[in-house]
Design a protein around this ligand. Structure first.
Ligand code: ADP
Length: 196
């Protein structure tokens, strides 16, 4: 039996990760585990977690590792996600989150991580254009700075462990998704499993 795909996707805010995740989900039938979506859903539903994370998100900060790891762990341990595989989007974002992920997955591990690479000036322009509630100029600047500070070292960690594939995120949606498909095929080929 082939094992389901287990993937992490990195990319700066505005790099087109959401669109590309949709394509990956359709192609591989995996669950989309987006911590941003989970926190936004909690905020909109007004749950206890939502009341805690709402102000942090509005200020462009990061939710603390403990809460973030707990919400991901719950999903990763569900039978549904174990059966379907997953693409993790927005997690891990810090060194502690990366360490927790490796521990949670244990021997199962990951097929790898993709870094959707789009230059800083291009993502800034895209974010200003899309005008989401949390996309104020200050919010954008702060989230991009945090990304360089915390997430780039996390990406480098995956790279140093031979698990990272860089994908050029400039071009049309289908050009980029073709590149991502090739990157995934190379990961599956390397490890010899994952359902297609
Ligand atoms: P963006 O990529 O625009 O920051 P996301 O949808 O990834 O948007 O996340 C929205 C917000 O949710 C973040 O600004 C942050 O406050 C919180 N968040 C999401 N993922 C994480 C994470 N892994 N660790 C801490 N906070 C997170």
């Amino acid at each position: 039996m082939t094992k389901p795909l287990r993937l992490v996707i990195f990319g700066r805010q505005g790099a087109g990760k959401g669109t590309q995740c949709d394509q990956i989900i359709e192609r591989y039938g995996v669950a989309h585990l987006s911590t941003g979506d989970m926190f936004r859903a909690a905020r909109d539903a007004g749950t206890e977690l939502g009341l805690q994370v709402g102000p942090i998100m509005a200020a462009g900060g990061l939710v603390d590792d403990e809460m973030t790891i707990a919400i991901v762990k719950e999903r990763l341990e569900s039978d549904e996600v174990k059966a379907s595989g997953f693409v993790l989007d927005g997690f891990p974002r810090t060194a502690d989150q990366a360490a927790a992920l490796v521990e949670m997955l244990g021997d199962e591990g990951l097929h790898g991580a993709i870094n959707l690479d789009v230059p800083l000036d291009e993502v800034t322009a895209r974010m200003k254009a899309r005008g989401r509630v949390d996309d104020t100029d200050d919010g954008i600047a702060q989230r991009l700075a945090l990304y360089d500070e915390q997430t780039v070292p996390t990406i480098n960690w995956f790279d140093e462990h031979g698990m990272l594939v860089n994908v050029d995120g400039l071009g049309t949606e289908s050009e980029v998704s073709d590149r991502i498909a090739k990157a995934i095929e190379s990961m599956i080929g390397d490890t010899g499993d994952a359902a297609g």
